[in-house]
Design a binder for this molecule. Sequence first.
Ligand code: ATP
Ligand code: MG
Length: 260
Amino acid sequence: MIRVEDLHRHFGGFHAVDGASLTIETGSITGLIGPNGAGKSTLFNVIAGVLPPTSGRVFMDGQEITGLPPHELFHKGLLRTFQLAHEFASMTVRENLMMVPPGQSGETIWKTWFQRSRIAREEAALRRQADEVLDFLTIRHLADEKAGNLSGGQKKLLELGRTMMVDAKIVFLDEVGAGVNRTLLMTIADAIIRLNKERGYTFCVIEHDMDFIGKLCDPVIVMAEGKVLAQGSATDIMRNEAVIEAYLGTGLKNKDMVGA
Ligand SMILES: Nc1ncnc2c1ncn2[C@@H]1O[C@H](COP(=O)(O)OP(=O)(O)OP(=O)(O)O)[C@@H](O)[C@H]1O
Ligand SMILES: [Mg+2]
């Protein structure tokens, strides 16, 4: 579904992404792992149109999408979540979901004035859809809660929920499990698996938790220093000498890696 060819993204003299090439197969839940600073989020940002690449190309279903802005990619069904959740804190959880789909009739003043009944119908449909998403994510009881009051993990679920308000093809999840308790992490994992199986979503998932990656992802792509270091099943990756080496160099995360 996605092909990345020799992608570079420099910040001044620093090569955050340094010639990365990879493919994400349609229907897969592909993992993207690597030590802190490996360039994973930057790669996501370039694919999702948040940052232009310095050089290199990105294709979706064979069509070049390099440098397209996020809203155009959104219409093509390419969505991303951010490493830090960005909910609208003073709106309710349900309202956060209801504002995702583009092209609602209520968006222009002219239409608001002349088409009240149509807007009311659309709003009711959106509300139903939002409640279905909340049921799916097991957080219907939070529908009327202000999003700002959610726990970190619940905000991540809401981020995932936003991708379900439209017909996504591929969703890029940046550390959707970070700082989330075990129970909620498994809820997130189950939601990802169901979306993949039942709605045909392809996923690319950045995550440091190797249990989570092992449960969800095949294949797993490893990045280090802006390049793709290895690709394979989670089991193969965890035995890969070069991968272990890359993690050992960074200290903090090697315990997860070697112990997994
Ligand atoms: N806007 C920016 N300006 C300058 N340097 C940046 C910028 N964004 C990222 N970098 C640098 O690029 C490198 C890669 O960052 P990136 O966030 O892509 O890593 P990552 O693999 O997502 O790491 P983590 O696992 O910690 O989230 C880091 O050294 C980071 O400091
Ligand atoms: Mg990151």
